[in-house]
Each structure stands twice: as structure tokens, then as C-alpha cells.
Ligand binder design. Structure first.
Ligand SMILES: Cc1cc2nc3c(=O)[nH]c(=O)nc-3n(C[C@H](O)[C@H](O)[C@H](O)COP(=O)(O)O)c2cc1C
Length: 353
């Protein structure tokens, strides 16, 4: 059974995004400024679209925290969509408000529109867009920020960086590539890295496939919208021989030590005390200002894909989402291994390298 659990709700242009988090111990300090700063990081990055200017996300905590600390009760987080004032009628839950304003019927290639409309039997593709949109990653980042506050208690810290945008690997070339794509009405993807440091040895497990931490991390990052591959450790693994790749083991000051970390901190599905290092690739944003060919599902006639305000490139934001997802997975592993109803119950030090 998982110990760190959360459920999110909310649509892209709905009133708000909500999450209920369950499983964190009592007496954990909740720094709202930290959560808001993580939300700001998700909204940043070169190549973001107009929406980021409208929304400046801040979280409201409506349960589970009193005078800055948890007390064991479920925590509810809310982020209000500032744009909702323009969408109140369009997103109304009341049948008498029915309108076809902002409805659309042309599938957007690369989005959930086609499969979602068949699966849920929806003719208005707005009903698919609203929940499949990456807007919901805002509330996931807020949940991840709470998980990060828990990890911080034990000195565990995460970070991320963009490694590549399209073919560009230097900062200047990346900016240039995004500018050129934007001018052409096109979009770009790229590659990023996430690292977590100061982990105890033995999170995860080698005894069952579904408890292997590499598998859990891959699932958590792969399921971020637009992520198409995840690699644990050195991304050049395919080209390396065994003698080059595997991290030899030494003793230094009476402790196990490594000179390399090609395994990315995971061996046998468990943390080995080295930093967790993971790279992931994000596909180019599927909504293009110069639209792709598609079909109108109302007429079955060929047409061009629906366009709605969109990012040119969101790789940096995606890396922040990945940090958050990983924080949730690691928080869960710590709760599974160390248990405890209040933060005072936890003693990770003897598992630190
Ligand atoms: C942080 C972030 C921002 C995104 N912004 C956009 C966007 O502005 N426009 C868009 O078409 N897709 C955007 N996407 C990607 C789509 O949400 C995603 O490609 C789509 O939901 C289909 O999911 P899939 O690519 O995983 O199949 C974004 C993804 C992330 C992680």
C-alpha cells in the first residue's frame, strides 16, 4: 500500500485546481512561500506562451495545516485559475448555462483529443482538452513542493537543468532555436536532467518488480504530459562497455565510496546512497500556431487543427514538474521504510552513506 497519496481535480479553465494529500506525518513545517516559489518556477522558462502572463499561481491551504504545521490530517491545496472570470459560463456545471462558445470539433494531433473523444464519447473536444491539459501540472507541483518540504527535513534536495532544446546544447543556441521556432509558428522539445542528493541507502526494493524504485521513478516522470523517454543514470549507457559503465566500489574513511555514478544512484531498484540522476526527453509542444492537418469530427472533412494560446517550448517547466513528481515518489519511499506519525519519529541518519 502506498503511504503518500494524493488526488487532484480541476480543469484548465475551471474555477480552481485542487489536491488532497494524505500520509504525511504531524509537525511538518509548511512554508507557503516555498510552495509558491515552486509554482513560479513551473511558470517560467524561455518559450512559454501567453497564459503564463495571465496566471500567477499561488496556493491556498484549506485543511491539514494549523499555524504553519501539519497535524496528521489530510492536507488540501487549492490554486485558483485567474482566467476563470472569462470562462465562468463556458465552464459552468449548471445545465441552464449551456453554450457552444469555445466548443471545438477539430482534433489537435499530438493531444488527447481524438482518443479521448472516442473513449468518453464526447463531441465537444473542449471536454477532453480541459482535463488532459498540462495546466493540472500546477497543482502537481504544489503537491511536490509539500513532499519536498518533507524531504528537506532529512537534508534531501532536488534540482534540475535543461540539457538540450532540439539540437542545441549551449544556452545561446537554445534561446535562438526557440526564437526561430516561435517566428515560424512551430514548437520544440528537448532534454532535461533531474538530480536528488543526500538520500539514505535502501529506498525501493529488489524483491518485487513493482517496488523497484527505478521503475517507479520512470513511471512518475514518463506520465508527465509530453515526456517520451526517461533514462536513469548515464544517458550514454548503450555505447558504454561494462568496464566503463559500472561504478567500482572503494572504501574511503571506513565508508563505501564510488568515483563515478553512471548508475544514477540506483542499483537493483534501490538507492545506493549516490545522487539519483535521471534524464528525460519532452516532445515538441503539439499545439502549433501554424496548424497541422487534421479532421473536423463533426463533418469528417479535412481541416486544420484547433489552435489555442500555447507554449513554443516548455522543457524547463517540464523539468520542474519532474522534480515534483520525483519528490512525491521519494516521500512515499521514506514513509514506507521509516514509518512514523510525527516528524520526530524519523531517524534516517544511520542509513546515510
Ligand atoms: C509544463 C508543460 C507545459 C505544456 N504546455 C503545453 C502547451 O502550452 N500547449 C500544448 O499543446 N501542449 C503543452 N504541453 C504538452 C501537452 O500537455 C501534452 O503533449 C498533451 O497533453 C498530450 O500528452 P502526451 O504528449 O503525453 O501524449 C505541456 C506539457 C508540460 C509538461
Amino acid at each position: 500500500m502506498e503511504k503518500f497519496r494524493f488526488l487532484t481535480a480541476g480543469e484548465s479553465h475551471g474555477k480552481c485546481l485542487t489536491a488532497i494529500i494524505e500520509g504525511l506525518p504531524a509537525n511538518l513545517e509548511i512554508d507557503v512561500d516555498f510552495i509558491n516559489n515552486e509554482l513560479k518556477r513551473r511558470q517560467g522558462g524561455y518559450g512559454r506562451g501567453g497564459r503564463m502572463k495571465i496566471e500567477s499561481d499561488t496556493v491556498e491551504i484549506t485543511s491539514g495545516v494549523r499555524f504553519g504545521k501539519t497535524f496528521g490530517a489530510p492536507i488540501t491545496l487549492v490554486i485558483y485559475n485567474k482566467d476563470f472570470e472569462n470562462w465562468q459560463k463556458i465552464m459552468s456545471s449548471l445545465p441552464e448555462d449551456y453554450t457552444e462558445e469555445k466548443s471545438f470539433t477539430t482534433y489537435r494531433p499530438g493531444h488527447a483529443d481524438f482518443a479521448g473523444s472516442v473513449k468518453y464519447n464526447q463531441k465537444d473536444l473542449r471536454n477532453i482538452l480541459e482535463r488532459s491539459s498540462a495546466r493540472k501540472t500546477a497543482i502537481e507541483v504544489a503537491v511536490g513542493a509539500v513532499a519536498k518540504l518533507f524531504l528537506k527535513q532529512f537534508g534531501i534536495k532536488g534540482s534540475s537543468k535543461v540539457l538540450q532544446i532540439s539540437n542545441a546544447t549551449s544556452e545561446d543556441d537554445m534561446y535562438k532555436a526557440i526564437d526561430e521556432a516561435k517566428a515560424a509558428g512551430d514548437t520544440l522539445g528537448g532534454k532535461f536532467e533531474v538530480a536528488y542528493e543526500n538520500l539514505p541507502v535502501g529506498l525501493g526494493s529488489c524483491v518485487h518488480w513493482d517496488r523497484k524504485l527505478d521503475g517507479r521513478l520512470a513511471q512518475a516522470v514518463m506520465s508527465i504530459p509530453a515526456v517520451k523517454s526517461v533514462t536513469i543514470g548515464n544517458p550514454n549507457v548503450c555505447e558504454m562497455s561494462g568496464s566503463e559503465y559500472h561504478d567500482e566500489i572503494f572504501v574511503q574513511d571506513g565508508k563505501i565510496s564510488r568515483k563515478t555514478n553512471n548508475a544514477g544512484g540506483l542499483e537493483g531498484g534501490m538507492t545506493n546512497g549516490e545522487n539519483i540522476v535521471l534524464t528525460a526527453v519532452m516532445k515538441p509542444i503539439p499545439t502549433l500556431r501554424k496548424p497541422l492537418n487534421s479532421v473536423d469530427c463533426a463533418t469528417m472533412e479535412p481541416t486544420q487543427a484547433h489552435f489555442e494560446r500555447s507554449d513554443t517550448c516548455a522543457v524547463e517547466a517540464c523539468s520542474v514538474v519532474a522534480e515534483a513528481r520525483i519528490a512525491c515518489v521519494l516521500a512515499n519511499e521514506i514513509l514506507l521504510k521509516f514509518g512514523g506519525d510525527c516528524v520526530e519519529d524519523y531517524n534516517l541518519e544511520k542509513f546515510k552513506k
